[in-house]
Structure formats: structure tokens, C-alpha cells
Design a protein around this ligand. Structure first.
Ligand code: NI
Length: 252
């Protein structure tokens, strides 16, 4: 039984066959799924999907690429959605300097205010940090939350150590199956068993050998398999420990 702790099933990539995909992944052993919001609209959709399916939970939040025009009213909407009992985290929130769709100071402001919201609501946070390691670290050191995870972790081992010191978990996607993932392997090997989660980030980031195709949560098995290989454990052991970590983290 596997827990995909980060996917976007509300993405339009699944508009044609969402129910089929959800049926199939359940049959293939994905027994829990966290559907991540990335805008007000997708957070609303995320909560709706979670209300429809027992095994799906939602996070609500505005992603750095989508926060350019975020208003205080939008923050209120996220806060209201977070009251839903299937909404178990604030996210994904953070900083993304890869595309720079949103000015950096605007990203930092909305990241900070959503961290504060999570702290007020006593909810864990899901953090997106792409090519913004220094600023992200600075902000999470300043605004401390009860629980947090760096999704699709791409920082250094040194940063990982700092984050664990702050109480954060690290989560890994199909990117760890790519050829150039040596640094991530080193981190996975070092990371204590109770600090790791797994995810697909579907429909993005398909693992090898499916790279480039639409990803779906069933492929979280390939991520677990790779981690098992790196850590010298069995797939069953990794499935069990990431299930336990995910349930505790999201309080499910
Ligand atoms: Ni994502």
C-alpha cells in the first residue's frame, strides 16, 4: 500500500479520464493520495475531489508561479478552504526563480503570509523551492511552522541537514530515477527513515522509463522502488515507512 503525498489530479491533463485513473491507481495499491492545490481555483477543486473520494486528501495554497496577482481576499479564500476536514495542509507554497513569472519580492510576500496562515491554523506546509534555496531557507528559518515538507527536494546535503534541524521532512519524486540524480541519491541514503516521503507530482515528472509521458500516482511505486534500492531495503519496507511518515505528517 502506497501513499502518493503530492499529485495534481485536478490538472486539466486528467480531464478526459480522471475517474478511470483514480480507479486504476487504487487497484494498483495506491491507498492514499494528497492532491495539492496551486491556486485558489485548483485549491477549491482539490477540496471538492477530496470530498468525493475517501482515499484522497487535499492541500490548499497558492504556488509561486500563480501568486502574481494574489490578493488578501484570495488569502481569505485559502483560509476558508483550509477549514474543510479533508484539507490537511497548506501548499504548495514557496519560491520559484526558474521562470520568474512572478517578481521575487511578490513571491516572498505571499510565501511568508501563507506560512503564517499555516502556523495560525496549526497545519503542515508543503514547500516548493526551485532554484531559490537561499531565500527559501531564510524565510523558513524566520517563520517557523509546526510541520513542513520540502516537496521534490533539490537542495544540497548541507541544506537538508539544516532543514531537518528545523523539523522539516524531505519528499522525493520520479526525478530520483533520472541519470543525473547522484546528489539526490546521496541525500536519500543519508536521510533518516522517519524524515522521508514519496510523491509523483503528477501529471509532471514521470519517472524513468516513462519520462516525458503524463505521470500518474500509480508511478509512485517506481519512486519507492528506487529509494528501496538506494537505501538497501525492500519495496515493502519503503512503502510501509513512507505510509507511516505521511499519515503522521498530515495527521490522517
Ligand atoms: Ni506540485
Amino acid at each position: 500500500m502506497l501513499f502518493d503525498t503530492h499529485a495534481h489530479l485536478t490538472d486539466e491533463a486528467f480531464d478526459g479520464d480522471r475517474a478511470d485513473v483514480l480507479h486504476r491507481i487504487r487497484e494498483n495499491g495506491v491507498s492514499l493520495l494528497l492532491n495539492a492545490g496551486s491556486s485558489v481555483r485548483s485549491s477549491e477543486d482539490s477540496v471538492k475531489l477530496a470530498e468525493e473520494y475517501d482515499f484522497i486528501y487535499a492541500s490548499v495554497g497558492v504556488h509561486p508561479e500563480d501568486c502574481k496577482d494574489m490578493t488578501s481576499n484570495d488569502l481569505q479564500k485559502i483560509a476558508a478552504l483550509a477549514q474543510n476536514k479533508k484539507a490537511v495542509a497548506v501548499g504548495e507554497i514557496g519560491l520559484d526563480y526558474h521562470y520568474d513569472f512572478t517578481p521575487r519580492d511578490v513571491q516572498k510576500r505571499h510565501f511568508s503570509e501563507q506560512l503564517e496562515l499555516a502556523r495560525e491554523l496549526d497545519l503542515p506546509v508543503i514547500i516548493h523551492d526551485r532554484e531559490a534555496h537561499g531565500d527559501t531557507l531564510e524565510i523558513v528559518k524566520k517563520i517557523k511552522v509546526q510541520r513542513g515538507v520540502f516537496h521534490c527536494y533539490s537542495g544540497s546535503l548541507e541544506m537538508a541537514k539544516e532543514l531537518l534541524g528545523l523539523g522539516y521532512l524531505l519528499s522525493f519524486t520520479g526525478v530520483i530515477t533520472f541519470k543525473n540524480a547522484a546528489r539526490s541519491h546521496e541525500i536519500v541514503k543519508w536521510l533518516p527513515d522517519d524524515k522521508i516521503m514519496i510523491e509523483t507530482d503528477s501529471p509532471y515528472l514521470s519517472p524513468e522509463p516513462l519520462r516525458g509521458k503524463r505521470n500518474d500516482p500509480g508511478n509512485v511505486r517506481l519512486v519507492a522502488q528506487k529509494i528501496a534500492e538506494i537505501k538497501g531495503k525492500t519495496l515493502q519496507e519503503i512503502a510501509a515507512l513512507t505510509m507511516k511518515n505521511g499519515r503522521e505528517f498530515f495527521n490522517i
